[in-house]
Design a protein around this ligand. Structure first.
Ligand code: TYD
Length: 212
């Protein structure tokens, strides 16, 4: 039996990750692969409950450490109950955000040390990493325009943070991609949806080699 592959989409707000994740899932299913499409924070009932705590606007909010702990707890449930069983059953898992979002948001922008985020990930999720991370990048101005259209003034607790925070997120992702060029593939998401999808397919082509 082939072992499943684990692909994560990463990037800032409004980059088009969710659309590209869905299109990739459809493309892989058309190749008769068994695909689980999921997202973070969330993906299991427990993790979705934590998502509401993290992104909802009730309460006073969380400092970067509390936030990192909650994301790690949500991820632990998601990995144990959904991702690992799917991979063990030979399925492909496509996840809209994973631990590199914690490294970029709570780490790069929030100020926590990368090694601390990775330590939480080891404790919670055995340090599981995606086989490939597709980093979708768009210019900050384009992101702001797309978000204004998508959210029409309604945003969540983290998406609504200021430009400096989101610039810190983008810079952190770029650093990770430079440090790990095999696991991360940078994809320019500034073109239209179909053009970006073609780049996504090219970025995972080498994973398909041993699965079909
Ligand atoms: P979501 O609505 O899924 O955002 P997007 O459409 O931009 O992907 O909300 C997820 C938010 O949570 C987003 O602002 C990024 C943030 N986040 C973190 O800060 N750390 C994490 O580990 C994860 C998974 C998400």
């Amino acid at each position: 039996m082939t072992t499943g592959k684990f692909i994560a989409f990463e990037g800032g707000e409004g980059a088009g990750k969710s659309t590209q994740a869905r299109l990739l899932a459809e493309a892989l299913r058309a190749r008769r692969l068994d695909v689980v499409l999921t997202r973070e924070p969330g993906g299991t009932p427990g993790a979705e409950a934590i998502r509401a705590l993290l992104l909802g606007l009730d309460g006073q909010g969380w400092n970067p450490s509390a936030e990192a702990l909650l994301f790690a707890a949500a991820r632990a449930d998601h990995v144990e109950r959904l991702i690992e069983p799917a991979l063990a059953a030979g399925k492909w898992v496509i996840c809209d955000r994973f631990v590199d979002s914690s490294r970029a948001y709570q780490g790069g922008a929030g100020g926590l040390a990368d090694e601390d985020i990775l330590a939480l990930h080891r404790i919670g999720s055995g340090g599981l990493l995606p086989d490939r991370v597709l980093l979708i990048e768009i210019p900050a101005n384009e992101a702001a325009t797309r978000l204004a259209r998508r959210d029409a003034g309604r945003t969540d607790r983290i998406g609504g943070r200021d430009r400096t925070y989101h610039a810190g997120v983008a810079a952190a992702f770029a650093r990770f991609a430079t440090a790990e060029p095999r696991r991360f593939i940078r994809i320019d998401g500034d073109g239209d949806i179909a053009a970006t999808h073609v780049k996504v397919l090219a970025a995972i082509a080498s994973l398909l080699g041993d699965a079909s």
